[in-house]
Design a protein around this ligand. Structure first.
Ligand code: SAM
Length: 324
């Protein structure tokens, strides 16, 4: 439990800051601030952190990045995590462009759930937002569904004037494939340039647009993962849509249950707060797991009440390194 009585049992692990896409809001074209490879945690170091975290009561883990699928030893990491007592769920956040050939092996290695970023279905708009090829993502989604994960979800960040008109096609796609779709508000991580009054698209507006086309039925008790989304079922299309109002929901942090491990081995108690504690040095010098545990406990004690995104937040590290 943190200092505010929240149970924190979810660790998001950025396994790399590298990515094969260049999302406008995450790692813009021309980005050069890469971590050095030797500063990335090794598979054994990541597995050690998970072991210690699980012994403290962490139950849910998510592999993210950057793009976790560019890391060659990802299967080894998943297998190592799966063998740890107390690890209940291992999730993956991915752009899915490289997922098709890997989905079944990941499932067999013990990966439980997959969240797939899909900001547009239109190939041109998708390319504009991410630099990538939407056909690869669709192949990844099909493979994930076929591999039989416990849950496959879609994530979209809507930006006004960029992909806002993809909202309804995304909802229809989600309904057709029976996959929950989560709409995430743009946050000022990585860069503040994209988060302007012009670009920002609040989830309340998405809700309003959807309610003009269908009836939204709140799903208060839906246990659809362990994230911060508020879910609604669309009566006629059948789509399940989650709204993540990171910027506009003033109660957003009240149920926060997570901490982050960055690609270079820092523990970050809150995405929207610069505070981080170095764990890499401890992992590389301390023989006992007790020292690792102490860093995790200290980080938990420093978890702030809420993020500072609304307080003229100035990003100092890209989302891709922190782990989205
Ligand atoms: N590469 C993987 C992917 O595409 O999902 C995992 C990493 S990505 C950083 C994880 C999530 O963070 C994605 O859903 C992405 O849309 C979201 N994200 C990145 N930058 C964001 C921002 N500035 N505001 C809101 N969400 C953001």
């Amino acid at each position: 439990m943190d200092a505010f009585g929240r149970t924190v049992d979810y660790l998001r692990i950025s396994v790399t800051d590298r990515c094969n896409e260049r999302c406008l809001y995450c790692m813009p074209e021309g980005y050069k601030g890469w971590e050095r490879q030797q500063d990335h945690l090794t598979a054994d170091e990541i597995i050690r952190v998970v072991r210690v975290a699980a012994s403290m009561g962490f139950r849910k883990f998510r592999l993210t990045g950057g793009e976790p699928l560019v890391r060659r030893d990802l299967l080894e990491i998943v297998r190592g995590m799966k063998a740890i007592q107390g690890v209940e769920v291992i999730g993956l956040s991915t752009n899915a462009t490289k997922l098709a050939p890997l989905a079944q092996s990941l499932r067999d290695a013990g990966l439980s759930t997959v969240n797939i970023s899909l900001d547009a279905l239109d190939a041109e708009i998708y390319r504009r937002v991410t630099g990538g090829n939407v056909a690869d993502v669709l192949a990844g989604i099909r493979a994930a569904v076929a591999a039989g994960f416990e849950r496959v979800k879609l994530n979209a960040v809507l930006m006004r004037g960029v992909n806002e008109h993809e909202l309804w096609p995304l909802v229809l796609f989600a309904a057709e494939h029976g996959l929950p779709l989560r709409l995430i508000e743009l946050m000022p991580v990585t860069t503040t340039d994209v988060l302007t009054e012009k670009n920002f698209f609040p989830v309340s507006e998405a809700m309003e647009l959807l309610s003009q086309r269908d009836e939204l039925i709140a799903q208060p008790s839906a246990q659809i993962g362990w994230g911060p989304a508020k879910y609604y079922k669309l009566r006629h299309t059948g789509a399940l849509v989650g709204f993540i109002g990171a910027m506009t929901n003033l109660h957003f942090c009240e149920t926060c249950n997570k901490m982050r491990l960055t690609a270079d081995g820092k523990i970050r108690p809150c995405l929207g707060d610069h505070g981080e504690l170095d764990l890499r040095e401890t992992l590389r010098t301390a023989k006992s797991d007790e020292a690792v545990r102490e860093v995790l406990v200290a980080a938990l004690a420093r978890k702030p009440l809420e993020h500072s995104f609304r307080d003229q937040f100035k990003p100092n590290r890209p989302m891709t390194a922190i782990g989205g």
